[in-house]
Design a protein around this ligand. Structure first.
Ligand SMILES: Nc1cc2c(nn1)-c1ccccc1CC2
Length: 291
């Protein structure tokens, strides 16, 4: 993409905010020529190299080059890029069903069939990323957007921390949101595709229980819990959870990245792709709420 220097507002009507990131605000927008609606992500540019506010043009170009390299139904599409002296504007696919995070907040937790529906889409999107040697590094419910109000279709957004795993480049200086980061991030060890798989384990634990496996009273305690891989299923919300679901999570929350299930292992896991109708049946039976 070469960033367009034209005035964005000449070509688009700007609508209401639909989300935000650390140095970005995302608003609905409409292309005047076609009346098609998009999401416009206004990213604040750093004024000077040493400024702490805004993103460097290199960081913005990284997000753009990664987003423009991928095309998958579970990953938000990038259509165009505009820039002016204070910000860069990404014209993205409009996803306006809100974050999976808000959906969860209203529901507290979801039953296993719904969780599997969400996870299949997350795993398909992450498979596409990993096949292109891209790691997201910030997978969390806030970065999973539902397509519409009552839709269970979701897309992965915000590639602000994502990286291309070029040969030999050790991506060690990145940290996402404490609750979701893998031990290798806490310990500044090399990151890899397995780093995303850990986050999928944390997301699954939260989907099924409403509890966050490593969350401590402060950031330090959370990071210590992660580094020690100190979690359990005794949160009373796991009482009705199937053994297959727990086995799926246990295959991901492993300290050694090489032992962790890959995205392919997850897509083949019997909890995700039951080999026999009976297995899906046992999942259904275990998730019937007793109340
Ligand atoms: N940090 C964020 C945050 C968001 C988005 N992107 N990055 C986004 C992308 C496409 C459609 C809608 C959104 C809103 C939330």
């Amino acid at each position: 993409f070469n960033f367009k220097q034209d005035n964005f507002e000449e070509f688009y009507h700007i609508g209401e905010p639909i989300g935000s990131g650390q140095f970005a605000v995302v608003r609905k927008c409409k292309l005047k020529e076609t009346n098609v609606e998009y999401a416009a992500k206004f990213i604040k540019r750093k004024r000077t190299k040493s400024s702490r506010r805004g993103l460097s043009i290199e960081d913005i170009q990284r997000e753009v080059s990664i987003l423009s390299a991928i095309d998958h139904e579970n990953i938000v599409k990038l259509y165009d890029v505009y820039e002016n002296k204070s910000e860069v504007i990404l014209v993205l696919e409009l996803v306006c069903g809100g974050e999976l995070f808000q959906f969860l907040a209203e529901r507290e937790k979801v039953n296993e069939d719904e969780a599997v529906e969400f996870l299949k889409q997350i795993l398909e999107g992450v498979r596409h990323l990993h096949e292109h040697s891209i790691v997201h590094l910030d997978l969390k419910p806030e970065n999973l957007m539902l397509l519409g109000q009552n839709s269970t279709r979701l897309k992965i957004i915000d590639f602000g921390l994502s990286r291309k795993l070029d040969e030999g480049v050790e991506v060690k200086d990145i940290t996402g949101t404490p609750e979701f980061v893998a031990p290798e991030i806490v310990n500044y060890d090399p990151l890899c595709t397995a780093t995303d798989m850990w986050s999928i384990g944390v997301i699954t634990y939260i989907l099924l229980s409403g509890c966050s496996p490593f969350l401590g009273d402060d950031k330090q305690e959370t990071l210590a819990n992660i580094s020690a891989v100190d979690f359990s299923f005794d949160c009373e919300d796991f009482a009705n959870t199937s053994l297959l679901a727990k086995n799926f999570i246990q295959g991901l929350l492993l300290r050694n990245p090489n032992e962790r299930a890959t995205v392919y292992d997850c897509l083949r896991h019997p909890w995700i792709r039951p080999v026999k109708e009976s297995q899906a049946q046992c999942r259904r039976s275990s998730s019937i709420n007793l109340e």
